[in-house]
Design a protein around this ligand. Sequence first.
Ligand code: NAD
Length: 362
Amino acid sequence: MAVTVSVPRETAPGERRVALVPDGVRALIKSGVAVRVERGAGAAATYPDDAYESAGAAIVASPLTDAQVIVKVQRPSQAELDAIPSGAVVISLFGAGPESYLVNRNLTALALERVPRITRAQSMDVLSSQATVAGYKSVLVAASESAKLFPMLTTAAGSLVPSKVFVIGAGVAGLQAIATARRLGAVVSAFDVRPAAREQVLSLGATFVASDTVTQSAEAAGGYARAQTDDEQARTLATLAAHVPTVDVVITTAQIPGKPAPRLITTAMVAAMKPGSVIVDLAAETGGNCELTKPGETIEVNGVRIVGATNLPSTVPLHASLMFSKNIVTLLGALIKDGELRLDPQDEITKAMLIAHNGALK
Ligand code: NAD
């Protein structure tokens, strides 16, 4: 019998995304999979129930009852977990929360943040797709918080010089932020510790700050950065302290997987910035790149607005869900064969993503 994929409505406060959009349903049904969607699951992302129905999904009140495979955006809450039947497979982001709540439950859990950074898995990587959305939106947030316009303008009321935007961390989110800020007409500079990022920054027409602090060894497995040594960190901070007061907007995206975000913007650097400047901290959820960041809040310190950005992808729910859904369909395409879910714990992707297998924590 064909496997059934269930899509619950997200229950985390403020979460507007949905794990599967109607196009995704259509693709799964074509490959012989049945799909059940909770009533209203896509509403906050602008996908109505009738679009899911037209795509072939069954609209249900309780998608977790008898569920076989559940696809979600946010880590299941305890209440959701309690409603998931024994033997089910849960595919979701699980975040940094403890995995112990999966103990003694006969469940299989695949964590989307663990998709390995290999070419075959690139189109399954929700961290990348959602970072793309976050990087774009971070610039719009910065532009709307800034006391200045971004582009150079020559008008009858005088000429305006373009805003200077500095992007720290030129990974997926940072590169998208650079491109977006350039499109808005800002003069953009960027910094990262990985040498590959330097070339990418330059190719987007931004300047690269602090080339001397970039080292070949900064890149760890999978293209991620490793944490800097104390000496490297001191040199980075000295360079940033010189550059930050010269810009109008700082967008920080620096992350080290599994570790707190590196602290790169100190209180003293904020004090040296001009009033009306803005910092958007995309690392707010992992501790913040700026010492003063308050996750989920926008604060003002000496006239500098500091945005502790959390879950920006949810604020662009249509496209964020569309990309998330594409990632899920590609992943399921690799896990489902002949209409049946076949998990091979030795497969490189499955092995990396499994955090619990038939109740046993990995
Ligand atoms: P990330 O979110 O972990 O980090 C964001 C950026 O912060 C990275 O570029 C990192 O180098 C940088 N950073 C870390 N510490 C820093 C510091 N002290 N100062 C300045 N910058 C610092 O990473 P990400 O954006 O998800 O991806 C990083 C790289 O991996 C990119 O090159 C991306 O293209 C690559 N990638 C590959 C795949 C794949 O092959 N499947 C998928 C996704 C990303």
